[in-house]
Write a protein that binds this ligand. Structure first.
Ligand code: URA
Length: 482
């Protein structure tokens, strides 16, 4: 008997190297014990032999192109027999290169079924992992999720989260293995128990609201829902507490939707639209910033809402005296629902502190309140808003400004200048100047902090950061005379 010790439950590279050496040495599948650190200990009494060395220059077994892809998935299955199944297939492929085309062959059928189960589990992981924000020791914040996969899909699926949440620090904890991303490196550590994952917080409320809003009662099929969101996953999903009530109310809500559906647009519909629009305008007195924020949640003034997770409204108290206007939320802001919380926001916070501006004195918002992005593979690429999007969103900025009555507005970058003044200016030309806004009064112009982040050389970044702090200090002096 030869015992192969794999590094972890989904150790494809370890399996491949061992299988190559075993195949060269002509070891039969029945003579190999595949051992993983978490697997049951070897109960065979006979002492295991070491893995044979492959002679130098020996090429090893040949496989069709699709075999490694299949094996990468099969290896993540929870069945302990997966390693020997793959080794058996590898040996059989030497005599039957087209074996994988025979879907009815027992080994091929089993391997395909395992790969399919893993693929489904991978999909579930991308759909059902819910991050919760936690405080970290360095104060920077991080996101943690708890997930209990049926198969060993964490290593296979972690790159999806790395690409999707590249700007966040996150950990996905599972009983089997934990994945961690620190914005630079993806690492894996041993599994942990459920009680090491954080509990509920405000992100859960967000998911609940989101789920309730996308829940379409007319399309409710409980069996499909259970298949797509299997009951074992429900306990870790914040929105699962809503499901029984939503199902119960679904029939009534569906009937109401059918009753309410218009058959033909009435002639007077443009007038109705105009009136509804007017009714949606919050009455400034008594509604306040919170009312405005709630109102903006459903904003569809331009098409950008369709591709964004949520409206990211301004943040800060009604007593704030300085109004900072950025361009638009970025990827992280879009997910978290707050402005300037990503890398540019962290730089902005540091610069504010160095310029002696307390965050409570500042109201921070954006010219455009939805994240404009272009999906590219698994990433969402930032796209600058165009003039019509800036113009459509100015409606909100005007309302925010009217409620705040700031001493000074500070435009961070060209989109903010455009929104506040209605004019197009190159920031390099008007930086440090005070322009005039038809609704916000004086507007001090500086750069957008992401400009500094884009600089490659540390020296350039340090110089530009100092210049940005100097601008903010100047803005503070203009506002307060000191
Ligand atoms: N950039 C912005 O302009 N606004 C944000 O909220 C984040 C990044």
């Amino acid at each position: 008997m030869i015992r192969v010790d794999l590094a972890h439950a989904a150790d494809f590279d370890g399996w491949r190297e061992a299988a190559r050496r075993l195949a060269i040495a002509g070891v039969a599948p029945a003579d190999v014990i595949w051992q993983t650190p978490d697997g049951a200990q070897d109960l065979f009494a006979a002492p295991a032999q070491a893995l044979p060395e492959a002679p130098e220059g020996e090429k090893g077994p040949r496989v069709p192109r699709e075999f490694p892809d299949l094996a990468r998935y099969v290896i993540c299955h929870a069945d302990p027999a997966r390693f020997s199944l793959l080794y058996r297939l590898l040996l059989r492929l030497q005599d039957q290169p087209r074996l994988l085309d025979h879907a009815t062959d027992d080994d091929v059928h089993l391997a395909n079924a395992m790969a399919k189960a893993v693929s489904r589990e991978r999909h579930k992981m991308t759909a059902f992992v819910r991050f919760r924000e936690v405080a970290s020791e360095d104060g920077e914040g991080a996101f943690v999720a708890w997930f209990e996969p049926e198969h060993h899909v964490v290593r296979l699926t972690a790159p999806f989260f790395r690409d999707r949440f590249a700007n966040m620090r996150w950990s996905i904890l599972t009983p089997d293995v934990c994945a961690h991303w620190d914005r630079k490196t993806l690492r894996f550590t041993e599994g942990v128990s459920r009680d090491q994952a954080p509990g509920a917080d405000r992100l859960e409320d967000y998911w609940r609201t989101y789920y309730a809003s996308i829940f379409n009662p007319a399309r409710l099929k409980v069996a499909t829902m259970k298949r797509e969101m299997p009951v074992p996953y429900w306990k870790n999903l914040p929105e699962s507490s809503l499901i029984p009530a939503l199902i119960e109310r679904a029939e009534g809500r569906a009937t109401a939707m059918v009753d309410a559906a218009p058959t033909k647009a009435p002639k007077r519909s443009p007038k109705i639209v105009a009136r509804t629009e007017a009714a949606r305008t919050p009455k400034e007195a008594g509604v306040g910033l919170d009312g405005l924020r709630r109102e903006a949640e459903g904003c569809k003034r331009c098409p950008l809402w369709a591709n964004a997770t949520q409206t990211v409204f301004g943040e800060g108290g009604a007593e704030a005296e300085l109004l900072f206007v950025g361009e638009q939320p970025g990827d992280k802001e879009d997910l978290v629902g707050r402005p300037f919380v990503g890398p540019a926001g962290q730089m902005f916070d540091r610069a504010l502190a160095e310029a002696g501006i307390a965050r409570e004195r500042a109201y921070v918002t954006n010219a455009v309140k939805h994240f404009k992005n272009e999906p590219r593979g698994k990433r969402r690429l930032h796209k600058s808003p165009n003039i019509s999007e800036i113009n459509a969103c100015r409606w909100w900025l005007e309302k925010e400004t009217a409620l705040l009555k700031p001493r000074l507005a500070i435009a961070l970058g060209a989109s903010a200048v455009r929104s506040l003044t209605g004019e197009t200016h190159a920031v390099t030309k008007v930086r440090g100047q005070v322009l005039s806004s038809p609704f916000a009064g004086d507007v001090f112009v500086t750069i957008h902090p992401s400009f500094i982040l884009r600089l490659r050389e540390t020296e350039d970044r340090e110089r530009e950061f100092a210049a940005f702090v100097a601008d903010l200090t100047q803005a503070r002096q203009i506002a307060y005379g000191r």
